[in-house]
Design a binder for this molecule. Structure first.
Ligand SMILES: Cc1cc2nc3c(=O)[nH]c(=O)nc-3n(C[C@H](O)[C@H](O)[C@H](O)COP(=O)(O)OP(=O)(O)OC[C@H]3O[C@@H](n4cnc5c(N)ncnc54)[C@H](O)[C@@H]3O)c2cc1C
Length: 289
Protein backbone atom coordinates (compact mmCIF):
# COMPACT_ATOMS: atom_id res chain seq x y z
CA UNK A 1 0.00 0.00 0.00
CA UNK A 2 1.38 3.45 -0.86
CA UNK A 3 1.96 5.72 2.13
CA UNK A 4 0.22 9.09 2.00
CA UNK A 5 2.80 11.86 2.15
CA UNK A 6 2.59 14.38 5.02
CA UNK A 7 0.78 17.56 4.03
CA UNK A 8 1.13 21.07 5.45
CA UNK A 9 -1.52 23.76 5.09
CA UNK A 10 0.02 27.23 5.35
CA UNK A 11 -2.35 30.13 6.07
CA UNK A 12 -0.23 32.81 4.42
CA UNK A 13 2.22 33.16 1.58
CA UNK A 14 4.93 33.86 4.20
CA UNK A 15 4.23 30.50 5.88
CA UNK A 16 4.31 28.78 2.50
CA UNK A 17 7.64 30.41 1.62
CA UNK A 18 9.09 29.41 5.01
CA UNK A 19 8.09 25.78 4.48
CA UNK A 20 9.40 25.76 0.91
CA UNK A 21 12.74 27.25 1.90
CA UNK A 22 13.63 23.76 3.19
CA UNK A 23 13.00 22.33 -0.29
CA UNK A 24 16.05 21.24 -2.29
CA UNK A 25 16.50 19.44 -5.59
CA UNK A 26 17.26 16.23 -3.61
CA UNK A 27 14.52 16.55 -0.93
CA UNK A 28 11.63 18.38 -2.53
CA UNK A 29 8.57 19.75 -0.84
CA UNK A 30 5.86 19.63 -3.48
CA UNK A 31 3.13 22.26 -3.72
CA UNK A 32 -0.37 20.95 -4.37
CA UNK A 33 -3.05 23.21 -5.86
CA UNK A 34 -6.11 21.50 -7.41
CA UNK A 35 -4.34 18.14 -7.23
CA UNK A 36 -5.66 16.99 -10.63
CA UNK A 37 -2.16 16.17 -11.87
CA UNK A 38 -0.52 15.43 -8.54
CA UNK A 39 -3.09 12.96 -7.20
CA UNK A 40 -2.47 10.78 -10.25
CA UNK A 41 1.18 10.51 -9.14
CA UNK A 42 0.47 9.85 -5.48
CA UNK A 43 0.46 6.04 -5.71
CA UNK A 44 3.97 6.02 -7.18
CA UNK A 45 2.87 3.89 -10.15
CA UNK A 46 3.98 6.54 -12.66
CA UNK A 47 7.27 7.77 -11.25
CA UNK A 48 8.37 8.72 -7.76
CA UNK A 49 5.49 9.93 -5.57
CA UNK A 50 5.80 13.28 -3.73
CA UNK A 51 7.41 12.92 -0.28
CA UNK A 52 6.04 15.99 1.44
CA UNK A 53 3.18 18.21 0.27
CA UNK A 54 2.28 21.81 0.87
CA UNK A 55 -1.33 22.70 0.17
CA UNK A 56 -1.79 26.05 -1.58
CA UNK A 57 -5.59 25.98 -1.75
CA UNK A 58 -6.19 28.43 1.14
CA UNK A 59 -3.75 31.07 -0.11
CA UNK A 60 -6.05 33.81 -1.30
CA UNK A 61 -3.01 35.84 -2.45
CA UNK A 62 -2.84 33.36 -5.33
CA UNK A 63 -6.43 34.02 -6.47
CA UNK A 64 -8.12 36.69 -8.52
CA UNK A 65 -8.35 37.95 -12.08
CA UNK A 66 -7.80 41.69 -12.58
CA UNK A 67 -7.01 44.14 -15.32
CA UNK A 68 -3.85 45.78 -14.05
CA UNK A 69 -2.75 48.70 -16.25
CA UNK A 70 -1.64 47.40 -19.67
CA UNK A 71 -2.00 43.75 -18.65
CA UNK A 72 -4.44 41.27 -17.20
CA UNK A 73 -3.29 39.35 -14.15
CA UNK A 74 -4.52 35.86 -13.21
CA UNK A 75 -3.65 34.30 -9.86
CA UNK A 76 -1.97 30.88 -9.92
CA UNK A 77 -5.03 29.28 -8.25
CA UNK A 78 -7.37 30.52 -10.99
CA UNK A 79 -9.38 27.49 -12.10
CA UNK A 80 -10.58 26.82 -15.62
CA UNK A 81 -14.13 27.50 -14.45
CA UNK A 82 -12.99 30.87 -13.01
CA UNK A 83 -11.55 31.71 -16.44
CA UNK A 84 -14.72 30.65 -18.27
CA UNK A 85 -16.90 32.69 -15.91
CA UNK A 86 -14.72 35.81 -15.80
CA UNK A 87 -16.11 38.86 -17.61
CA UNK A 88 -12.56 40.26 -17.89
CA UNK A 89 -11.30 37.05 -19.54
CA UNK A 90 -14.26 36.90 -21.89
CA UNK A 91 -13.60 40.50 -22.92
CA UNK A 92 -9.80 40.49 -23.12
CA UNK A 93 -8.76 36.84 -23.42
CA UNK A 94 -11.41 34.94 -25.37
CA UNK A 95 -8.67 32.56 -26.59
CA UNK A 96 -7.91 31.51 -22.99
CA UNK A 97 -11.63 31.05 -22.29
CA UNK A 98 -11.83 28.82 -25.36
CA UNK A 99 -8.80 26.80 -24.24
CA UNK A 100 -10.18 26.44 -20.67
CA UNK A 101 -13.43 25.07 -22.06
CA UNK A 102 -11.56 22.20 -23.77
CA UNK A 103 -9.77 21.02 -20.64
CA UNK A 104 -10.91 17.74 -19.07
CA UNK A 105 -14.58 18.01 -18.15
CA UNK A 106 -16.53 19.86 -15.44
CA UNK A 107 -14.78 18.17 -12.48
CA UNK A 108 -11.31 19.05 -13.75
CA UNK A 109 -12.35 22.57 -14.76
CA UNK A 110 -13.67 23.22 -11.24
CA UNK A 111 -10.49 22.11 -9.53
CA UNK A 112 -7.57 22.31 -11.98
CA UNK A 113 -5.63 25.58 -11.93
CA UNK A 114 -3.67 27.69 -14.38
CA UNK A 115 -0.63 27.61 -12.07
CA UNK A 116 -0.83 23.81 -11.93
CA UNK A 117 -0.95 23.53 -15.71
CA UNK A 118 2.11 25.78 -16.00
CA UNK A 119 4.16 24.05 -13.26
CA UNK A 120 3.22 20.57 -14.38
CA UNK A 121 4.97 21.44 -17.67
CA UNK A 122 3.37 18.74 -19.78
CA UNK A 123 4.19 19.20 -23.48
CA UNK A 124 0.44 18.69 -23.98
CA UNK A 125 -0.70 21.30 -21.40
CA UNK A 126 -3.46 23.13 -23.24
CA UNK A 127 -3.04 26.63 -21.83
CA UNK A 128 0.70 26.71 -22.48
CA UNK A 129 0.66 27.54 -26.23
CA UNK A 130 -1.86 30.29 -25.43
CA UNK A 131 0.50 31.79 -22.85
CA UNK A 132 3.40 31.60 -25.32
CA UNK A 133 1.41 33.19 -28.14
CA UNK A 134 0.23 36.05 -25.93
CA UNK A 135 3.72 36.84 -24.56
CA UNK A 136 2.65 36.03 -21.00
CA UNK A 137 4.95 36.53 -18.04
CA UNK A 138 4.94 34.04 -15.17
CA UNK A 139 5.45 35.84 -11.85
CA UNK A 140 7.10 33.58 -9.28
CA UNK A 141 8.05 34.15 -5.66
CA UNK A 142 9.97 32.75 -2.70
CA UNK A 143 11.38 34.02 0.59
CA UNK A 144 14.07 35.62 -1.60
CA UNK A 145 11.54 37.86 -3.41
CA UNK A 146 9.59 37.92 -6.67
CA UNK A 147 10.72 37.67 -10.27
CA UNK A 148 9.07 37.51 -13.68
CA UNK A 149 9.88 34.84 -16.24
CA UNK A 150 8.80 35.20 -19.87
CA UNK A 151 6.67 32.23 -20.96
CA UNK A 152 9.20 31.73 -23.78
CA UNK A 153 11.88 30.99 -21.14
CA UNK A 154 9.77 29.04 -18.66
CA UNK A 155 9.67 25.45 -20.01
CA UNK A 156 13.31 24.48 -20.34
CA UNK A 157 13.19 20.82 -21.44
CA UNK A 158 10.92 17.80 -20.99
CA UNK A 159 8.76 18.54 -17.91
CA UNK A 160 11.38 20.92 -16.53
CA UNK A 161 10.82 24.58 -15.76
CA UNK A 162 12.82 27.63 -14.74
CA UNK A 163 11.27 27.43 -11.21
CA UNK A 164 13.72 26.95 -8.33
CA UNK A 165 12.75 24.24 -5.76
CA UNK A 166 11.66 26.90 -3.22
CA UNK A 167 9.64 29.00 -5.68
CA UNK A 168 5.91 29.18 -6.24
CA UNK A 169 4.05 30.48 -9.25
CA UNK A 170 2.12 33.50 -7.96
CA UNK A 171 0.31 34.82 -11.02
CA UNK A 172 0.42 35.21 -14.77
CA UNK A 173 0.50 38.61 -16.48
CA UNK A 174 -0.72 38.83 -20.05
CA UNK A 175 -0.25 42.11 -21.94
CA UNK A 176 -3.43 43.58 -23.36
CA UNK A 177 -3.24 44.42 -27.05
CA UNK A 178 -6.27 46.13 -28.56
CA UNK A 179 -5.94 44.92 -32.13
CA UNK A 180 -4.58 41.45 -31.38
CA UNK A 181 -6.30 38.52 -33.07
CA UNK A 182 -5.68 35.19 -31.39
CA UNK A 183 -6.90 31.72 -32.34
CA UNK A 184 -6.76 28.39 -30.50
CA UNK A 185 -7.20 24.89 -31.81
CA UNK A 186 -6.92 21.58 -29.97
CA UNK A 187 -6.95 18.27 -31.77
CA UNK A 188 -7.73 15.28 -29.57
CA UNK A 189 -9.49 11.96 -29.90
CA UNK A 190 -12.84 13.37 -28.71
CA UNK A 191 -14.39 16.64 -27.61
CA UNK A 192 -13.87 16.24 -23.84
CA UNK A 193 -11.40 14.38 -21.61
CA UNK A 194 -8.87 14.25 -24.44
CA UNK A 195 -5.13 14.77 -24.19
CA UNK A 196 -4.06 16.87 -27.16
CA UNK A 197 -2.49 15.23 -30.19
CA UNK A 198 -1.71 18.76 -31.36
CA UNK A 199 -2.64 22.03 -29.64
CA UNK A 200 -1.91 25.36 -31.23
CA UNK A 201 -2.32 29.10 -30.68
CA UNK A 202 -1.73 31.73 -33.37
CA UNK A 203 -1.79 35.46 -32.57
CA UNK A 204 -1.03 38.54 -34.62
CA UNK A 205 -1.56 42.30 -34.69
CA UNK A 206 -4.44 42.81 -37.05
CA UNK A 207 -5.79 45.67 -39.12
CA UNK A 208 -8.31 43.64 -41.16
CA UNK A 209 -8.34 40.94 -43.86
CA UNK A 210 -6.22 42.83 -46.43
CA UNK A 211 -3.58 44.30 -44.12
CA UNK A 212 -0.21 42.81 -43.36
CA UNK A 213 0.24 40.86 -40.13
CA UNK A 214 2.70 41.98 -37.49
CA UNK A 215 3.89 40.60 -34.16
CA UNK A 216 3.00 37.08 -35.28
CA UNK A 217 3.25 34.42 -32.58
CA UNK A 218 2.69 30.74 -33.31
CA UNK A 219 2.94 28.31 -30.39
CA UNK A 220 2.26 24.59 -30.24
CA UNK A 221 1.94 21.76 -27.77
CA UNK A 222 2.34 17.98 -28.20
CA UNK A 223 4.84 18.36 -31.05
CA UNK A 224 8.08 18.58 -29.02
CA UNK A 225 9.48 17.82 -25.56
CA UNK A 226 7.94 21.06 -24.28
CA UNK A 227 5.50 23.71 -25.52
CA UNK A 228 7.28 25.63 -28.27
CA UNK A 229 7.10 28.67 -30.53
CA UNK A 230 7.62 28.16 -34.27
CA UNK A 231 9.83 31.13 -35.17
CA UNK A 232 10.52 30.15 -38.80
CA UNK A 233 6.80 29.91 -39.55
CA UNK A 234 6.18 33.15 -37.65
CA UNK A 235 8.77 34.83 -39.92
CA UNK A 236 6.91 33.60 -43.02
CA UNK A 237 3.67 35.18 -41.78
CA UNK A 238 5.23 38.36 -40.39
CA UNK A 239 4.53 41.21 -42.81
CA UNK A 240 2.26 39.05 -45.00
CA UNK A 241 -1.41 39.60 -45.71
CA UNK A 242 -3.57 36.47 -45.17
CA UNK A 243 -3.49 35.37 -48.82
CA UNK A 244 -3.59 31.85 -50.28
CA UNK A 245 0.15 32.14 -50.99
CA UNK A 246 0.89 33.09 -47.36
CA UNK A 247 -1.25 30.19 -46.08
CA UNK A 248 0.56 27.70 -48.34
CA UNK A 249 3.98 29.05 -47.37
CA UNK A 250 3.16 28.98 -43.64
CA UNK A 251 1.82 25.42 -43.79
CA UNK A 252 4.92 24.26 -45.67
CA UNK A 253 7.23 26.07 -43.25
CA UNK A 254 5.53 24.59 -40.19
CA UNK A 255 5.61 21.03 -41.54
CA UNK A 256 9.36 21.46 -42.04
CA UNK A 257 9.94 23.24 -38.73
CA UNK A 258 8.40 20.87 -36.20
CA UNK A 259 9.73 17.45 -35.35
CA UNK A 260 7.05 15.61 -33.38
CA UNK A 261 7.31 12.03 -32.13
CA UNK A 262 5.24 8.89 -32.66
CA UNK A 263 3.55 7.84 -29.41
CA UNK A 264 0.42 6.13 -28.13
CA UNK A 265 -1.74 9.15 -28.89
CA UNK A 266 -0.66 9.88 -32.45
CA UNK A 267 1.96 9.48 -35.14
CA UNK A 268 4.56 12.11 -36.00
CA UNK A 269 3.21 12.31 -39.57
CA UNK A 270 -0.34 12.95 -38.38
CA UNK A 271 0.80 15.66 -35.98
CA UNK A 272 2.90 17.39 -38.62
CA UNK A 273 0.16 17.26 -41.26
CA UNK A 274 -2.60 18.40 -38.92
CA UNK A 275 -0.58 21.27 -37.44
CA UNK A 276 0.17 22.56 -40.95
CA UNK A 277 -3.48 22.25 -42.06
CA UNK A 278 -4.72 24.06 -38.95
CA UNK A 279 -2.42 27.01 -39.59
CA UNK A 280 -3.51 27.05 -43.25
CA UNK A 281 -7.15 27.13 -42.16
CA UNK A 282 -6.66 29.95 -39.66
CA UNK A 283 -4.92 32.10 -42.30
CA UNK A 284 -7.66 31.27 -44.82
CA UNK A 285 -10.42 32.19 -42.37
CA UNK A 286 -8.64 35.46 -41.53
CA UNK A 287 -8.37 36.30 -45.24
CA UNK A 288 -12.03 35.47 -45.83
CA UNK A 289 -11.33 33.49 -49.03
C1 LIG B 1 -9.16 13.43 -16.08
C2 LIG B 1 -8.16 14.52 -16.35
C3 LIG B 1 -8.31 15.28 -17.50
C4 LIG B 1 -7.38 16.31 -17.79
N1 LIG B 1 -7.53 17.02 -18.95
C5 LIG B 1 -6.61 17.95 -19.27
C6 LIG B 1 -6.72 18.67 -20.50
O1 LIG B 1 -7.65 18.48 -21.29
N2 LIG B 1 -5.77 19.60 -20.77
C7 LIG B 1 -4.73 19.86 -19.92
O2 LIG B 1 -3.89 20.73 -20.23
N3 LIG B 1 -4.62 19.20 -18.74
C8 LIG B 1 -5.53 18.26 -18.40
N4 LIG B 1 -5.41 17.56 -17.22
C9 LIG B 1 -4.27 17.87 -16.34
C10 LIG B 1 -4.59 18.85 -15.17
O3 LIG B 1 -5.96 18.88 -14.87
C11 LIG B 1 -4.10 20.27 -15.46
O4 LIG B 1 -2.72 20.27 -15.79
C12 LIG B 1 -4.35 21.22 -14.28
O5 LIG B 1 -4.23 22.54 -14.71
C13 LIG B 1 -3.39 20.99 -13.12
O6 LIG B 1 -3.71 21.95 -12.12
P1 LIG B 1 -3.83 21.53 -10.58
O7 LIG B 1 -4.14 22.76 -9.82
O8 LIG B 1 -4.75 20.39 -10.41
O9 LIG B 1 -2.31 21.07 -10.33
P2 LIG B 1 -1.74 20.08 -9.19
O10 LIG B 1 -2.07 18.67 -9.53
O11 LIG B 1 -2.10 20.55 -7.84
O12 LIG B 1 -0.18 20.33 -9.43
C14 LIG B 1 0.44 20.02 -10.66
C15 LIG B 1 1.93 20.35 -10.56
O13 LIG B 1 2.10 21.75 -10.46
C16 LIG B 1 2.76 22.10 -9.22
N5 LIG B 1 2.10 23.34 -8.78
C17 LIG B 1 0.77 23.57 -8.71
N6 LIG B 1 0.55 24.87 -8.40
C18 LIG B 1 1.76 25.45 -8.25
C19 LIG B 1 2.19 26.77 -7.96
N7 LIG B 1 1.32 27.78 -7.75
N8 LIG B 1 3.52 27.04 -7.90
C20 LIG B 1 4.42 26.03 -8.14
N9 LIG B 1 4.08 24.77 -8.45
C21 LIG B 1 2.75 24.48 -8.51
C22 LIG B 1 2.59 20.89 -8.32
O14 LIG B 1 3.64 20.77 -7.40
C23 LIG B 1 2.61 19.75 -9.33
O15 LIG B 1 3.92 19.42 -9.69
C24 LIG B 1 -6.32 16.55 -16.89
C25 LIG B 1 -6.19 15.80 -15.70
C26 LIG B 1 -7.10 14.78 -15.44
C27 LIG B 1 -6.94 13.98 -14.18
Amino acid sequence: MPVEPPIETPRSLGEAYAALSESTAEAQITPIAGGTDLMVRITGEIGAPPERLIDLWRLDDLRGIAVDGPAISLGALTTYMDIRRSAACREHLPILVEAAATIGAAQIQNRGTLGGNIANASPAGDTLPVLLALDAEIVVGSARGERSIAAADFWTTYRQTALAPDELILRVRIPLAGDREAHFRKIGTRRAQAISKVVLALAWGDGGPSTRWRDVRLALGSVADRPIRAPRTEAVLEGSAPTPEAADAAAEALAAEINPIDDVRSSADYRRTVAARVVHRIVRDAGGW
